[in-house]
Each structure stands twice: as C-alpha cells, then as structure tokens.
Design a protein around this ligand. Structure first.
Ligand SMILES: C[S@@+](CC[C@H](N)C(=O)[O-])C[C@H]1O[C@@H](n2cnc3c(N)ncnc32)[C@H](O)[C@@H]1O
Length: 254
C-alpha cells in the first residue's frame, strides 16, 4: 500500500479522496490549525500536523510517521491557488506563489516515489509558468517523469464543471493521467446526487441529514423562484416583469 503525506491539506478533501482510493494517508500538513478538527473528524486516523511547510524536517517527519526505506510513498501538494487565479488582481505580488518551490525543497531532501499536484489552470499559463518550470526542473533532477494537464471534475463523476491542472509524477518510469469519461450518460447530475434527500421547505434543517439545509427566503425571493420555469428558462420567460431588475426589463424590448 502507498503511504502518503498530504502537504497543504486544508480541511482534508484531497486526503479523503486518497483514502477512498486505497492510499494510506498518514498525515496532512497545514499552517492553519483551525482546520484540525474537520480534518481529523473526516479522516482519522490520518494525523493533522499544524505547521508551516518551511518548518517541516522531512526526514524526521517520515521517521515519526513510521515510513520505512522500502515503503512506497506519495507526497500530495495542493498549494494555495489564489496566486495563479484569474480572479486575484494582486497575484503578481502574492507571496504564496513560491510555496510550490518550498514543497520542491522537501522533495529534493527526501524524494517520494510519487507526487500529486493539483491547482487552478493558471499554474501552467502566464500567471504561474515560471514557478511551474522551476518546479519541473527539480522533479527531473530527482529522477521523476511526469504527466500533467487539465482535467474536468465533470468527467470523473462530479456534477460540476471544474477544470483543474493536475500533475502526477513518478520515479518508477512513465505515468499517465486518468482518462476522462467521455460519454454524456456516464456524467453525474446534481439531481442524481441530491434526490435521495427529502424535500424540505425554506428555513428547514432536518437533523437526520447533516448539511441538508435550505436558507430562509424572503417573500420577494419566493416570488422570483415561483416565476422561474422548471428548466431554468431565460429572462424572456418571466411573465411577471416586476421581479426583473429595471435594466433587464428594458432589455426585453430590444
Ligand atoms: C488549496 S488549500 C488546500 C485544499 C486541500 N487540498 C483540500 O483538499 O481541502 C491550500 C492550503 O494551504 C495552506 N497553507 C498556506 N500556506 C501554507 C504554508 N506556508 N504552510 C503550510 N500550509 C499552508 C492553507 O492554510 C490552505 O489550507
């Protein structure tokens, strides 16, 4: 079994996915200690290590986690995506850009067998390419070969269009990215995922289903919801034009 450390583990979404895939995630590392409770609640016995990546002594950490020389190991690193995101106007100055290279130092000191990196598409375009190229050169120096590209969550059973840049690297020969499911009938829908839950009115939060909560709606919100056709329609389908913003109701006449 592969033993993993999830660097920049956050509240543990990736750790959960790796565990579900049969990988033994021994620990997650994150410098935000507020995430510990959620991380361990969802992923125990994986340990949460509250630490800045730059304070990690990787050889000591591996020993502490009981990783032996002959074990197959994976390091995952989903560094903060804001420095590479189109939405961040300060990205040029965002110091978190270099966290991928901080992670590279850990790789250089004690290379694992496999690496998984996930980030926004901007990591490999104008916003992040310099950092990414430097990261790749470290990997190659350490004997890794890699496969990298954009994958869309909707092609892997998630009812959401969400394109992410994924890199898989291996020190055991070539490696490839998973093949997207290409047929529409294999794609999951929001309905398929949530229809098992009971219908609830606005403002309800039945205890039997954690996170199954409907926000309280104001009367004018309810009028808007009632006016929207079941298939979503377009604003031209709204008979009650009084619910449209003034600029939109004017547009209807052009
Ligand atoms: C994109 S999130 C990770 C999401 C996570 N992979 C998941 O599946 O939920 C990036 C994380 O990096 C952490 N982080 C930022 N700077 C860090 C640093 N210097 N050392 C360790 N963690 C850091 C943040 O607290 C944040 O939780």
């Amino acid at each position: 079994m592969i033993k993993a450390i999830d660097f920049f583990c956050g509240a543990g979404g990736l750790t959960r996915g790796l565990l579900n895939a049969g990988i033994s995630v021994l620990a997650g590392v994150d410098n935000d200690e507020r995430l510990q409770q959620t991380y361990t609640h969802n992923n125990a016995p994986s340990r949460f290590i509250a630490s800045d990546i730059n304070d990690i002594e990787i050889a000591m950490l591996r020993e502490e986690l009981g990783i032996l020389r002959q074990d197959l190991t994976l390091y995952a690193a989903c560094t903060p995506c804001q420095p590479f995101s189109t939405l961040n106007r300060q990205k040029g100055k965002d110091k978190r850009k270099i966290l991928l290279l901080d992670f590279a130092k850990i790789v250089e000191k004690c290379p694992p067998d496999f690496i998984l990196v996930e980030n926004v598409p901007g990591l490999n375009n104008a916003y992040g390419r310099e950092i990414y190229k430097e990261f790749l050169s470290v990997l190659r120096r350490c004997g890794f070969s890699e496969a990298a590209g954009l994958l869309d969550a909707k092609s892997f059973g998630v009812p959401q269009t969400r394109k992410r840049f994924i890199l898989l690297a291996s020190r055991h020969g070539t490696i490839s990215l998973p093949i997207p499911q290409t047929y529409a009938n294999q794609m999951s829908t929001v309905r398929a995922c949530i229809e098992k839950y009971p219908a609830i009115a606005d403002g309800e939060a039945p205890k039997a289903h954690p996170n199954h909560v409907a926000r309280k709606l104001q009367p004018h919100h309810k009028r808007i919801v009632a006016a929207i056709p079941k298939n979503g329609g377009s604003r031209r389908d709204v008979a009650d034009t009084s619910i449209l913003l003034p600029c939109l109701s004017i547009c209807l006449y052009f």
